[in-house]
Design a binder for this molecule. Structure first.
Ligand code: GRF
Length: 202
């Protein structure tokens, strides 16, 4: 399975997936390309240092649909069968989503469906939750909405700040995203409505 990872920034989730692939923890997976919509994304250098091909597809004031079409072309050109959004800060167009049905994953730093959108860790912290967390889900045409693959809860402690909660969540994100990709690539799981579950009898 050729994987394409889309980033906009730091790329720590991308690196976690790439290291897991390198170490054989996601059997059958290969990272075909890391694509950023920002040339200055620090994650690009990280990917290159791991020997992974990278591409930059900047928006350059174009319409979302044109920008997305170029990214889809870059992915298809490399026979990508699974797309992982890892801190990719743009919403995907419906055309992009339809080009990879149930084959686009995203990680979101909250226990969805709570705290969708930007700055989810701070939203959760300010709401006063005692359990924060992260979710890996399939991407559909609605923001932070597709079927859930894996979730992990993280406690919020009395002396936490929004930043310390975010750091605790991030550490869990890395393991969670690896496990989610492993499950999707393994074919041991399937989607039943919104429920992503292990095949009976396995
Ligand atoms: C992570 O918190 C992820 O949940 C969110 O964006 C952040 C990306 O971080 N979608 P990184 O670029 O993977 O380090």
């Amino acid at each position: 399975m050729n994987i394409g990872i889309l980033i906009s920034g730091r790329g720590s989730n991308m690196a976690a997936i790439a290291e897991a692939v390198r170490d054989g923890r996601i059997p059958g997976a290969r990272i075909a390309v890391v694509i950023s919509d920002k040339a200055e994304a620090p994650g690009l250098a990280k990917a290159r240092s791991m020997g992974i091909e990278t591409a930059v597809v900047e928006r350059r004031g174009r319409k979302r649909i044109e920008h997305d079409a170029e990214i889809v072309a870059e992915l298809k050109r490399r026979s990508v069968g699974l797309v992982c959004l890892a801190g990719y800060m743009r919403l995907l167009s419906a055309d992009f989503v339809r080009a990879f049905p149930e084959r686009i994953l995203n990680i979101h730093p909250s226990l969805l469906p709570a705290f969708k959108g930007l700055d989810a860790q701070r939203q959760a912290f300010e709401y006063g939750v005692k359990l924060a967390g992260c979710t890996v889900h399939f991407v559909d045409e609605e923001l932070d909405h597709g079927a859930i693959i894996c979730q992990k809860a993280v406690p919020v402690l009395d002396d936490d700040s929004a930043e310390s909660v975010a750091a605790r969540i991030l550490a869990e994100e890395h393991a969670l995203y690896v496990e989610a990709v492993r499950r999707v690539v393994s074919d041991e799981y399937f989607l039943e409505g919104r429920r992503f579950r292990r095949r009976p009898g396995l």
